[in-house]
Design a protein around this ligand. Structure first.
Ligand code: HEM
Length: 297
């Protein structure tokens, strides 16, 4: 699937639905930042469009699971999502067994890779990968888009700067990732004793790695607590918002591309965009993003 043309057409459609609002007001979260990554991932996985809302619900309840808001609902959603995904994998396994062509999507690629691998992946491993792709890529990209637009509109001179100079889009995206990381931090367990910056951490200890804190470390960043559009792009990419090392986020390029296309279209279509009230924060404590972003133009 040629992703960029598909994403560009989708962004135009979604931004078009914003422009169509007669009162020149919209919730940018609902009309663009939320649907964009959900539809892109659903299309990549080969999930039919009519299941989009169900998919979004499943994905949301996995994240709410971190807050233990309604465990029964979250377990039920997890089961429904797992049943759906494993059924799709089994459909593709049958097609392979019967020598038929597979649909051109990510579930097919994973199923094929899982079968041809020396040690075929188990259903649980396949499921874990599919769920991570689904859940890991939705709310995070939505948060990147809402955090970015919010910071740019919070001080309208920033939005104007981008309207005048769209070449700043990549710097704005990386500065948003540094300043407002969609994943504030994650947990790790030490496998052996380790000393870091003079602090001894025993083996088998739980630690919380705070990307948000590293991204504002005054030893690494000049003027860390200021959102700036004059930073060097290569330097900026040292932020830790996609993690680091072996498990660094595999969706980084995808989310950056979606956000770049969305921001380009927004500054072109809405040079006069402004905030229309305070946005609301998503509840999940490990994540940082907006669940509403009221704007007008
Ligand atoms: C702005 C958007 C995103 C942010 C901020 C983000 C952030 C992260 C972070 C912090 C990690 C943990 C890295 C580590 O453990 O060192 C991660 C892992 C992961 N992300 Fe993302 N992510 C984003 C978008 C996506 C997208 C679009 C996808 C998939 C389509 C995705 C799929 C994954 C997966 C599968 C992992 C687990 C990798 C592993 O454990 O080896 N992410 N992401």
């Amino acid at each position: 699937m040629a992703l960029e043309p598909m994403m560009t057409a989708l962004v135009k459609e979604l931004v078009g639905s914003m422009s169509a609002q007669e009162d020149r007001k919209a919730d940018l979260h609902d009309l663009l930042a939320m649907p964009l990554p959900v539809i892109v991932i659903a299309r990549m996985l080969g999930v039919p469009e009519e299941m989009r809302d169900t998919f979004k619900e499943w994905s949301d309840s996995q994240l709410q699971g971190m807050n233990m808001v309604d465990p029964e609902r979250e377990i039920a959603a997890r089961r429904a999502m797992s049943d759906y995904l494993i059924n799709e994998v089994n459909i593709r396994r049958d097609l392979i067994a019967q020598g038929h062509d597979l649909p051109n999507d990510l579930i097919s690629e994973l199923t094929q890779a899982a079968i041809s691998h020396e040690e075929p992946l188990t259903d649980a491993e396949m499921l874990s990968m599919l769920v991570q792709i689904l859940v890991g890529g939705n709310e995070t990209t939505t948060s990147l888009i809402t955090n970015l637009v919010w910071r740019l509109l919070e001080d309208r001179s920033r939005w104007n700067q981008l309207v005048e100079n769209p070449d700043l889009i990549d710097v704005a995206i990386e500065e948003s990732l540094r300043f407002d990381p969609p994943v504030l931090g994650l947990y790790r367990t030490t496998t052996c004793p380790v000393t870091m910056s003079g602090v001894e951490i025993p083996g088998d200890e739980k630690v919380m790695v705070l990307y948000a804190s590293a991204n504002r470390d005054p030893a690494a960043w000049e003027d860390p607590d200021t959102f700036r559009l004059d930073r060097d792009l290569n330097q900026l990419r040292r932020h830790l918002s996609f993690g680091f090392g072996l498990h660094v986020c595999p969706g980084a390029a995808l989310s950056r591309t979606e956000t770049r296309i969305a921001l380009r279209e927004l500054i072109e279509k809405f040079p006069t965009l402004e905030l229309d009230g305070e946005p609301e924060r998503i509840e999940t404590f490990l994540l940082w993003g907006k669940r509403t972003l009221p704007v007008k133009w």
